[in-house]
Write a protein that binds this ligand. Sequence first.
Ligand SMILES: NC(=O)c1ccc[n+]([C@@H]2O[C@H](COP(=O)([O-])OP(=O)(O)OC[C@H]3O[C@@H](n4cnc5c(N)ncnc54)[C@H](O)[C@@H]3O)[C@@H](O)[C@H]2O)c1
Length: 490
Amino acid sequence: MSKGGILKGETKQSVKKRHSLISTKSEYEDEGAQPHEKAIAAGQPNPPYCVRNIEQNAFGRREIEIAEQEMPGIMALRARAKDDKPLKDAKIVGCTHINAQTAVLIETLAALGATVRWAACNIYSTQNEVAAALAHAGYAIFAWRGESEEAFWWCIDQCCTPTATWQPNMILDDGGDATHLMLKKHGAAFKNIKGIVEESVTGVHRLYQLSKAGKLCVPAMNVNDSVTKTKFDNLYSCRESIIDALKRSTDLMFGGKQSVVCGYGEVGKGCCQALKALGCVVYVTEIDPICALQAAMDGFRVVKLNEVIRQVDIVITATGNKGVVTREHMERMKNGCVVCNMGHSNTEIDVYALKTPDLLWERVRSQVDHIIWPNGKRIVLLAEGRLANLCCSSLPSFVVSVTAATQALALIELYNAPNQRYKRWTRDQSRRDPETREADVYLLPKKMDEYVASLHLPTFDAHLTELTDEQAKYLGLNKVGPFKPNYYRY
Ligand SMILES: NC(=O)c1ccc[n+]([C@@H]2O[C@H](COP(=O)([O-])OP(=O)(O)OC[C@H]3O[C@@H](n4cnc5c(N)ncnc54)[C@H](O)[C@@H]3O)[C@@H](O)[C@H]2O)c1
């Protein structure tokens, strides 16, 4: 390829045409029609499940069995609670990433008595073979890797729409899309929901906004801020999977490379630790002085993105914000700079601004695009700015076991709690009592967080020290917990 991305024998017009084809087409669109279109064309507007290829189910089942081995906590919960069936008659709408680990959660919820209908919260993160295995086992799964935007909403709607046999009463959401679709489109059915469990920072933020506007009316559990979830999913998991994602997609060597991580929250901290451990020079950008000071104390240079953008080899966003890396930044990046996002949504890197006729997009591998400038400079964009670790690698199952056990316990708690424990606010009530409006978004009781952790300790043959009566009295604690006040930061 020559400078400017022109192939031998091409005219400027044919380059433009090639560019428009590459830039508007995702690789998955080549896999044929979207499965739901096939179902609709076959006269099945509401199929019992919709996946890419049900024939892949045996392969998917093996993946699920492998995940079960590394998910001791959720398997222990399944074994302990399967006779009590604490989720008997629960009808759960699920909208999360669909992979082998989620399958272990789904099958646990079913073992505890729930019926589920499940869609993906991300168009690229579904493991098709796992979706096939679940569908083959009789679960109502609506998801495939490479869903179109329209298919994405169709899949979620298949789960939310009430029918004669399906009246959902719980939502397990990751990002808030199922909650919002149900609230907007199926308002009457939404009122029958007993509780919402939300996993992501972004989804929790949307819940608080709904709550403030007096529109939530259903108690919601913010599991993102459960200690077990936050530390393990955001910090420890990203610490391992960022490297995996970058290596698998780019074969990059990290030692001596310069990298910048935008956002020094839990995810950013995990990324920075991993990069530093492999010998990277790591810069951090932050808007919050407390997190910036933490970064400085941990030995990272805190900079504005503009100060280092010309020299860095790797740019990672982990802010949960939008427009963090702009076209202007990308104009100034050096040739070969790898750009990826670890935050929930694909708006952190302004990918849209790269879809202009002067730039050539070249798909070099699955989830890896080279964006080529007229002067031949190219940047390496992973997963079109979507969550790099989920799109380019897999998550450590053990960490997902912690999250899954937390989600399952939150569902059990909301589903079984007496009416008064988690309040349902009406629009009028929330108007009258603005100070307490946010009371409908709750945190998981600390004791349950501790229970989730304890379910995972036997894996390490870890032996907890028990408080003596005297020590418990001295600290003013119950001998069986909770061991820390709610405000304690781990
Ligand atoms: N990739 C994954 O597997 C994974 C796992 C968990 C969470 N997430 C997602 O990652 C994102 C971050 O999660 P978190 O738990 O670290 O959140 P967090 O709130 O702890 O951290 C985000 C940090 O970004 C900073 N920030 C915001 N805007 C910024 C900007 N313009 N420039 C620089 N810094 C900025 C904030 O001050 C904050 O410290 C969220 O979108 C979350 O949903 C991803």
